[in-house]
Design a binder for this molecule. Structure first.
Ligand code: NAP
Length: 332
C-alpha cells in the first residue's frame, strides 16, 4: 500500500518557505509485532518544529533532510500487532507527516475519543495547557493582585496563561499582533488590557501606561524587543518565565539586545527558562486543575483549524504570521 508523506526538502535560512517541504509517495511496510497502522486525524503544528529544521545541537532531535517531518498527532488505529492497542481506538503520539503510517506502540497513548472536540488533547488538555500551567505556577508563582504580562497572548499557551492568572486574582495584560486579537483577549478571555505590538511605536511606554503598578510577572513567549520593553517596567521581586522566543527562531544573526543583568540585580528579579517535559511529575496535578477549570467554565479555549493533509506546511508557517488564535491544528 502507498501513502503520501511530507519530507523536509531543505533547511530554512531565516523564515521557512513552502519549498522547504516536499510532498511525495512512499510504500507502507507491513505491521510487525509491537506496531500499529495508524490513520492520523489531527496534527498539532508548533513553533519548536522550527528549531528541529535546523542542523546541529538542538534541544530536540533535528529532522533529517528527505525524511518526514513529525509532530504531535491524534490518530485512529486501523490495524494492530500490539498487545496494548486495538483497531478503532484513538491514540496520541509524535507521528510522521504521512496520511497513513506504521509506527511502534512505544510513545503512543490512548485517548477518550468521545471527548468533544477530541483535538483538545493536542491543545488545552495537552502540551499547551501543561506548558501554561507549569510555567505560570512553578516558575512565576503568582499572587493575587500582582500584574502579569504575557507575550503571544492570543496564541495557544498565552490564552491559557492569561486565564489561569485571572482565576488566581491577578491583573492580566496581553501583548498580541492584531486589533482583532486585542478585542478578543479583553472581551472573550477576561484580560484586563491588551496591546497590539504591531501598531504600537513605543512599547515600553505603552506597557508602563497599562501596568500602572509595574510588572510583577512576565510570561515570555516571544523574546526580542517586546521582551526588552516589558523588562523596562519590572517591579522589585519580579519573576520572568522564558517559555519561548518565537521572534528569534528565524534569526540568521546573533541577536543583540540590552544587557539585562543590572536590571535583574537592582530589581532582585528572577528569570528562568523551562521546558515543559522536564516537569512530568507535575503533569497529574496540572491536568486535574486544567480539567476542573474547563468544566467550571473558568477556562475557555479555541483552536484555529486548517483543513487537509496538504495544509500542514502552510499551517506551520502561519504560526510566524500570527494566523492562529489559540492552538494551530490541522484536521486531516
Ligand atoms: P502560539 O502562541 O499559538 O503561536 C505563535 C504566535 O506567536 C503567533 O500566533 C503570533 O501571534 C506570535 N508571533 C509569531 N512571530 C512573532 C514575532 N516575530 N514577534 C511576536 N510575536 C510573534 O504558539 P504556542 O504553541 O502557544 O507557543 C508559544 C511559545 O511558547 C513559542 O515560543 C513556543 O516555542 C513556546 N513553547 C515552549 C514550551 C516549553 O516547554 N518551554 C512548550 C510549548 C511552547 P501574534 O498575532 O500575537 O503575532
Amino acid at each position: 500500500m502507498n501513502t503520501k508523506q511530507i519530507v523536509l526538502a531543505s533547511r530554512p535560512k531565516g523564515l521557512p518557505q513552502l519549498t522547504d517541504f516536499r510532498f511525495e509517495h512512499t510504500g507502507l511496510p507491513e505491521v510487525k509485532k509491537g506496531e500499529v497502522l495508524l490513520k492520523p486525524l489531527y496534527y498539532s503544528v508548533d513553533p519548536y518544529l522550527r528549531n528541529r529544521m535546523n542542523d546541529g545541537k538542538l534541544y530536540s532531535q533535528s529532522f533529517k533532510i528527505d525524511h518526514p517531518v513529525e509532530s504531535n498527532a491524534l490518530a485512529k488505529v486501523i490495524e494492530s500487532s500490539s498487545d496494548y492497542f486495538n483497531p478503532g481506538e484513538t491514540v496520541i503520539g509524535i507521528l510522521p507527516w504521512r496520511e497513513m503510517c506504521v509506527v511502534s506502540e512505544k510513545g503512543l497513548q490512548k485517548v477518550d475519543a468521545t471527548h468533544d472536540p477530541v483535538s483538545n488533547y493536542l491543545s488545552v488538555w495537552g502540551m499547551t495547557g501543561l506548558t501554561a500551567y507549569i510555567g505560570l505556577m512553578h516558575i512565576c508563582k503568582p499572587l493575587a493582585g500582582e500584574t502579569v504580562v504575557i507575550s503571544a497572548a492570543a496564541g495557544a499557551v498565552g490564552l491559557v496563561v492569561g486565564q489561569i492568572a485571572k482565576i488566581l486574582g491577578c491583573r492580566v495584560i496581553g501583548i498580541t499582533g492584531s486589533d482583532e486579537k486585542v478585542k478578543l483577549l479583553v472581551s472573550n478571555y477576561g484580560f484586563d488590557e491588551a496591546i497590539n505590538y504591531k501598531t504600537t511605536t513605543y512599547m515600553s511606554n505603552a506597557i508602563g501606561t497599562v501596568c500602572t503598578d509595574g510588572v510583577d510577572i512576565y510570561f515570555d513567549n516571544v523574546g526580542g524587543e517586546i521582551s526588552d520593553a516589558v523588562i523596562n517596567n519590572l517591579n522589585s521581586g519580579a519573576r520572568i518565565a522564558i517559555c519561548g522566543q518565537i521572534s528569534l527562531y528565524n534569526s540568521t544573526t546573533l541577536p543583540v539586545g540590552p544587557r539585562i543583568q543590572e536590571t535583574l540585580l537592582t530589581k532582585s528579579a528572577m528569570m528562568r527558562g523551562f521546558q515543559v517535559n522536564n516537569f512530568k511529575s507535575e503533569f497529574p496535578d496540572a491536568i486535574q486543575y486544567l480539567t476542573k477549570w474547563v468544566k467550571d467554565g473558568q477556562l475557555k479555549f479555541t483552536e484555529t483549524t486548517f483543513q487537509g493533509f496538504a495544509q500542514l506546511p502552510a499551517a506551520f508557517l502561519g504560526l510566524f504570521n500570527g494566523e492562529n488564535t489559540g492552538k494551530m491544528i490541522v484536521k486531516i
